[in-house]
Design a protein around this ligand. Structure first.
Ligand SMILES: Nc1ncnc2c1ncn2[C@@H]1O[C@H](COP(=O)(O)OP(=O)(O)OP(=O)(O)O)[C@@H](O)[C@H]1O
Ligand SMILES: [Mg+2]
Length: 455
């Protein structure tokens, strides 16, 4: 993509020579012959960088800088001057000038500075984008008593160093809570590092957590830092902790006790300052009884237990959550926000939500995708949610224009749900009918956000 530079100078010779030089480098060039012209034309020119002379007739360079920055604080402005006093330079810098260049211009230096400025602008924009997105997608929505108590708990334990163990059914928001605890802590500007203990193969988990030295095992081509290292000064989130092998549990226990570890294949002991938050949807007490989870590790992690209640126990949050997800999804798809009829909530609140908030989010997304008007009505609620007694409508193919990926997802969700319903929500039985093995079906269920009632 071609970048645009706005050059502001009253000296025709400068305009001509800069235009030539910059165009040779592939930039587009807009010019303004006064500060007034620059301020007026900046929106239309939409430059990536402005090169601004300090000495201008009428509105001077410093004032122009100020006005440009009011319009767009991320726009980098390079000031140039033949006889800038220290005073002007200081003033311009305070007002946020990106850099100061001396006339006569050294072209190589100027081009390099422009390149840096373009890069800085892109980073500033990306940062803002991610910050907003991050904040938005990690907000804990809900005003039910349960959620308010959860927020209170987060506020109290956040600032401490205590290990936190978050429990709750699938999709209740455990990860969201973990992030909220981190944000409420004094380490909020430190890293938040996540490890999904269930997703890492047994023989790699140690290297993943503690890192390894070069040549520690086949495939260890270079030294690599582990998650404990990366989380130093911040929070380590051990997700799905109930799925860790006993051997790994023993290693983790030692780190938690001593806050020190060695890399795989290494002898040096590393010390870290890490706060641990763990999460699981398993009942760890039962796992302990069965000999699958270490009791001592449990007590170490469970210093502060936080239980995230299932969605069916806080149905008053459903309208707010649903509206939030609908709005979010419409925005993501660049589409006008659709309205939601009150009747929809009534239907949604009658469903037990075995997949909790994640399932609600998927249903919201699905309803928006399939909605051809500007409002959602109870008829738009998927049959499986409207009532398990309702037969899913046969032959309901998604309408054209959806794209294969989304259509396939919808189809799979519908098809699998239908088999599950037919099998009385017995997963092994449904797997057999679908010609899948049990673990593939479980994987699919998770991926598609279909949740099987535990009763
Ligand atoms: N209170 C809430 N407000 C807004 N979004 C929420 C809330 N709770 C959950 N979500 C959303 O629901 C989805 C599932 O949440 P999350 O991943 O935190 O659940 P989880 O308990 O970790 O699930 P799993 O057990 O499958 O790991 C995410 O997209 C999350 O953003
Ligand atoms: Mg999770």
């Amino acid at each position: 993509m071609s970048r645009t530079i706005l050059v502001v100078d009253d000296e025709e010779s400068i305009l001509v020579s800069l235009r030539g030089a910059l165009e040779d480098e592939g930039y587009e060039v807009a010019v303004a012959r006064s500060g007034e012209e620059a301020v007026e034309g900046v929106d239309a020119a939409d430059p990536d960088v402005v090169i601004l002379d300090v000495w201008l007739p009428g509105m001077d360079g410093v004032e122009t800088l100020q006005r440009l920055r009011e319009k767009d604080p991320d726009l980098p402005v390079l000031m140039m001057s033949g006889h800038a006093t220290i005073e002007t330079a200081v003033k311009a810098t305070k007002l946020g000038a990106y850099d100061f260049i001396e006339k006569p211009l050294n072209l190589d230096k100027l081009l390099l500075t422009i390149e840096h400025a373009v890069h800085a602008r892109r980073l500033a924009e990306e940062n803002r984008y991610w910050r907003e997105r991050w904040g938005r997608t990690h907000e804990l929505i809900g005003e039910s008593r349960a959620i308010q108590e959860l927020r209170d708990q987060i506020r109290v334990v956040g600032p401490t160093r205590a290990s936190v163990l978050i429990t709750g059914e699938n999709g209740t928001g455990k990860e969201l809570v973990a992030r909220a605890v981190h944000r409420a802590s004094r380490r909020k500007d430190g890293p938040f590092v996540e490890v999904n203990c269930a997703a890492i193969p047994e023989d790699l988990i140690e290297s993943e957590l503690f890192g390894h030295e070069k040549g520690a095992f086949t495939g260890a081509a270079a030294r690599r830092r582990g998650k404990f290292d990366l989380a130093d000064g911040g929070t380590l989130f051990l997700d799905e902790i109930g799925d860790m092998s006993l051997k790994t549990q023993a290693k983790i226990l030692r780190v938690l006790q001593e806050m020190r570890f060695e890399r795989v294949g290494g002898t040096k002991t590393h010390e870290v300052d890490v706060r641990i938050i763990a999460a699981t949807n398993k009942a760890l007490e039962a796992e302990i009884r069965e000999g699958r989870f270490r009791e001592d590790l449990f007590y170490r992690l469970n210093v502060v237990p936080i239980e995230v209640p299932p969605l069916r126990e806080r149905v008053e949050d459903i309208p707010m959550l649903f509206r939030h997800f609908v709005r979010e999804y419409c925005a993501e798809e660049n589409r006008e926000p659709v309205e939601v009829d009150e009747g929809v909530f009534e239907v949604l609140q009658g469903y037990p939500w075995p997949g909790n908030v994640r399932e609600l989010k998927n249903v919201a997304e699905r309803m928006v995708i399939l909605c051809r008007s500007d409002r959602l009505t109870p008829d738009d609620v998927p049959p499986a949610v409207r009532g398990r007694t309702h037969e899913p409508r046969a032959g309901d193919l998604p309408e054209p224009g959806l794209g294969l990926r989304k259509a396939r997802r919808l189809f799979e969700r519908e098809y699998i749900t239908r088999h599950l319903a037919a099998a009385g929500w017995n997963v092994p039985q449904a797997a057999e009918a679908l010609g899948l093995d049990r673990s593939s079906l479980y994987k699919k269920l998770k991926e598609l956000g279909i949740e099987v009632p535990s009763s």
